[in-house]
Write a protein that binds this ligand. Structure first.
Ligand SMILES: [Zn+2]
Length: 304
């Protein structure tokens, strides 16, 4: 029933959208108007564009992109944007279908140009979309955004390139910080157990093993079998902590904790990790870099 309502809403929204496009009236401004999906990418565009861009995100803090359904209010945001920046690889579920139908907008699919050989494959022609958690991919995406901003505002080329250079340096420092902190966890304890499989690329870059109750999308089923298997794994490996996520219901991790307890082992919930959304502008995790550091501190302090 709920799925039917979702599908119906989607088609109503699509129709509204097409009507809206016909009445297109662009508001003139000096700044490049950018629309992003998840708020990590809002921060990315701002790091390079600074005061030359006006960026809004469709999805706010704590929003789950996998199940996101466009609202009527989103139509105006899409209509007003000069550039749409999104993750791709099916992260945004239905929104990607909407974007693919927009022929009169500049679009930047941030995962499209990444080397498929380096991505985590989940099925035939399907890849893990949470690429931002590998800083090397993020650095590439920052370059894609810079190129696009230069294309839209060539007179600011030097400004964007300077911002890129400084930001890439900050990312290098962040990489070193995370590497050093992960070293504090004994090698045999480097397991990251979460609700959904969002940290595969973090593990890829920083040498951890990840396991999650759900797959790469929160749209997949939560099975008793998966919880039981994971509880056995935690028991066998003597893992100290598991983690809830800011954009996912905490229920499944609570259930896992109970399953481990029923085997006679106590496990703690090590804290909340920012997965598919970073914090809002007022939180401590209001940039990509701060979010990565906070996540790392949460993980290391619970597992070391
Ligand atoms: Zn996700």
């Amino acid at each position: 029933m709920f799925n039917k309502i979702k599908k119906l809403t989607f088609f109503i929204v699509m129709t509204l959208f097409i009507i809206a496009c016909e009445n297109k009236n662009k508001i003139e401004t000096d700044k490049i108007k950018v629309l992003t999906t998840i708020n990590y990418y809002t921060n990315l565009v701002e790091e390079i564009g600074k005061d030359k861009v006006e960026v809004i995100s469709l999805m706010q803090e704590g929003e789950d992109p996998h199940s996101y359904v466009a609202t009527a209010g989103d139509i105006r945001k899409i209509q007003d944007a000069e550039l749409i920046v999104y993750a791709g690889l099916h992260l945004e579920g239905r929104m990607e279908e909407i974007f693919s139908k927009l022929s009169n907008k500049k679009k930047l699919n941030l995962s499209e140009k990444l080397d498929r050989q380096k991505l985590i494959k989940t099925e035939e022609n399907t890849y893990d979309p949470h690429v931002w958690f590998n800083i090397e991919f993020w650095q590439e995406q920052v370059k894609f955004v810079t190129e696009m901003l230069i294309e839209l505002k060539p007179e600011e080329k030097e400004f964007f390139e300077n911002n890129l250079k400084k930001y890439l340096e900050e990312l290098e420092i962040t990489t070193d910080y995370i590497k050093a902190r992960i070293e504090e966890i004994p090698k045999e304890s480097r397991y990251l157990i979460t609700a959904h499989d969002a940290f595969g690329y973090f593990a890829q870059q920083f040498g951890m093993e990840v396991k999650a109750i759900q797959g790469i999308s929160t749209e997949s089923e939560i099975g008793a079998k998966e919880i039981e298997e994971l509880a056995n794994f935690i028991f066998k490996k003597n893992i100290k902590a598991i983690f809830v996520e800011s954009s996912v219901n905490h229920r499944s991790i609570e259930a896992l904790k109970e399953a481990v307890r029923s085997k006679g082992k106590e496990i703690v919930i090590g804290g909340e990790l920012y997965s598919d959304s970073m914090g809002d502008s007022k939180s401590n995790a209001n940039t990509y870099i701060k979010t990565l550091k906070i996540n790392t501190d949460t993980i290391v302090d619970s597992l070391k």
